[in-house]
Write a protein that binds this ligand. Structure first.
Ligand code: PLP
Length: 368
C-alpha cells in the first residue's frame, strides 16, 4: 500500500501527486512509443515534442517576453554562480565589477564564487542583522558601471524573500538585474522584463534535481569569456535549443508535467493566492504564541520557507520525532540557522499546512 507523508523538505522537495501518478503510468510506454522517456533520443520527435511543450508552457506561465530565451541546463543554482559571471562580465573591460546584495546563505555563496572571476562589490548586506530582513533599496551602494547586479529573490535557508523587483538600471548605467529564483520561481507572477537573467535549480519548486532553468534576455547572449566551458555558454545552448549537449531529458519531462499541472491550477496568479493563504496561516499561528517564534521582519518573510524556533530548544528532538510519527517530515532547520523550517512550496497542499498547525498546537498543549 502506498503511504504518502507531508514532506516539508527545502529541496529536493514535494511534487504534485498527480504528476507522480502520470509519470508512473507513462513509465514503461510513453504515449504509445513503447519506451520510457528516459530511454528516448533527445533528438527524436517524441522527446522534441515534450521539450517544446515544456518550453511553451513555461513561457505562458511566466509570460516570458519573446526577446528572452528559455534554457534547460545542468549544473544547478551553484553552477550558475560561475556560469553567470562567465557569460556576463565579458561585456565590460576587465576586471569587471559585479554588484551583489547579500541577504543570506545563497547570495553569500554566489559572492564567494564570483570572486574567482570578477571584482565583487557588496552593495548592501543584512549580515549585521543576521539576515533577518532584506536591506532597503535606498541603502544599496551600487557601482556606476557594474557588469550586472545579483540578487537572490528567496533565501531558502534564512527564510527572507523579496516582495518587489528592485530597480537598479539608473544607478548602474543600465546593468542587468540577475536573480537566483531557485526556491520560489513559479510561486508568484514575476515581471520577467525587469530582469536580464533569471535562473533556478528545479528541485525546489519545479521538479527533480538535475534541471536548471535559465531565462536570459537576447542581448546578453554571445559575450561568454573564452574560458567559459562550451556547455555553459548561454549562446551556444540557446542556438542549439538546450541540446548543445544531452539535456537532462527525464527531468525536463517531469518539469513539463509540473507546468501542465500549474496551468490546470489556474497558473501562477492562482498559485500566489494559495501560497499567501498557506504562509499567512502558518505565520499567524507562529506569531500567536510564545511557544514558537519566527524572527524575520514581517515585510521580508518568505512564503516558501518558514524557519521557526521552539522557545525551549531542549524539546527539538522530541518535536521532530513526534512530527515524524504523524507523517510530517523534514522539519529540521538548516544547520547554519538551527531550529525548524517548514518549506511550503507550490506542491504542498493546504491540508499539509493545516496538519502542521494542528500538530504545533497539540505539541504546545502537551509540553507548553
Ligand atoms: C538550493 C538552492 C541553490 C543550489 O542549487 P543546486 O542545485 O544545489 O546547485 C541555489 N540557490 C538557491 C536560492 C537555492 O535554494
Amino acid at each position: 500500500m502506498t503511504r504518502r507523508v507531508y514532506n516539508f523538505s527545502a529541496g529536493p522537495a514535494v511534487l504534485p501527486e498527480e504528476v507522480l501518478q502520470q509519470a508512473a503510468a507513462e513509465m514503461l510506454d510513453w504515449h504509445g512509443s513503447g519506451m520510457s522517456v528516459m530511454e528516448m533520443s533527445h533528438r527524436g520527435k517524441e522527446f522534441i515534442s515534450i521539450y517544446e511543450a515544456a518550453e511553451r508552457d513555461l513561457r505562458e506561465l511566466l509570460a516570458v517576453p519573446s526577446n528572452y530565451r528559455i534554457l534547460f541546463m545542468q549544473g544547478g543554482g551553484i553552477g550558475e554562480n560561475a556560469i553567470v559571471p562567465l557569460n556576463l562580465i565579458g561585456r565590460k573591460p576587465q576586471p569587471a565589477v559585479v554588484d551583489f546584495v547579500h541577504t543570506g546563505s545563497w547570495s553569500g555563496k554566489s559572492i564567494k564564487e564570483a570572486k574567482k572571476y570578477c571584482k565583487v562589490n557588496v552593495a548592501a548586506s543584512s549580515e549585521e542583522v543576521k539576515f533577518k530582513a532584506i536591506p532597503p533599496r535606498d541603502s544599496w551602494k551600487l557601482s556606476k558601471d557594474a557588469a550586472y547586479v545579483h540578487i537572490c529573490t528567496n533565501e531558502t535557508i534564512d527564510g527572507v524573500e523579496f516582495q518587489y523587483t528592485p530597480d537598479v538600471a539608473v544607478d548602474t548605467g543600465n546593468a542587468p538585474l540577475v536573480a537566483d529564483m531557485s526556491s520560489h520561481i513559479l510561486s508568484r507572477p514575476v515581471d520577467v522584463s525587469k530582469y536580464g537573467v533569471i535562473f533556478a535549480g528545479a528541485q525546489k519548486n519545479i521538479g527533480p534535481a538535475g534541471v536548471t532553468l535559465v531565462l536570459v534576455r537576447d542581448d546578453l547572449l554571445g559575450h561568454a569569456l573564452p574560458i567559459c566551458p562550451s556547455a555553459f555558454d548561454w549562446k551556444l545552448v540557446a542556438d542549439n535549443n538546450s541540446m548543445y549537449n544531452t539535456p537532462p531529458t527525464y527531468g525536463i519531462y517531469i518539469a513539463g508535467l509540473v507546468f501542465q499541472w500549474l496551468k490546470k491550477q489556474g497558473g501562477v496568479a492562482a498559485m500566489e493566492r494559495r501560497n499567501v493563504e498557506k504562509a499567512t496561516l502558518l505565520y499567524d499561528y507562529l506569531d500567536s504564541t510564545d511557544f514558537y517564534s519566527n524572527n524575520i521582519a514581517k515585510e521580508s518573510r518568505s512564503r516558501m520557507n518558514v524557519p521557526f524556533f521552539l522557545g525551549d530548544e531542549s524539546l527539538n528532538d522530541t518535536f521532530l520525532a513526534e512530527a515524524k510519527a504523524r507523517g510530517l517530515l523534514q522539519l529540521k532547520g538548516h544547520k547554519s540557522v538551527g531550529g525548524m523550517r517548514a518549506s511550503i512550496y507550490n506542491a504542498m497542499p493546504m491540508e499539509g499546512v493545516q496538519a502542521l498547525i494542528d500538530f504545533l498546537k497539540e505539541f504546545e498543549k502537551k509540553y507548553g
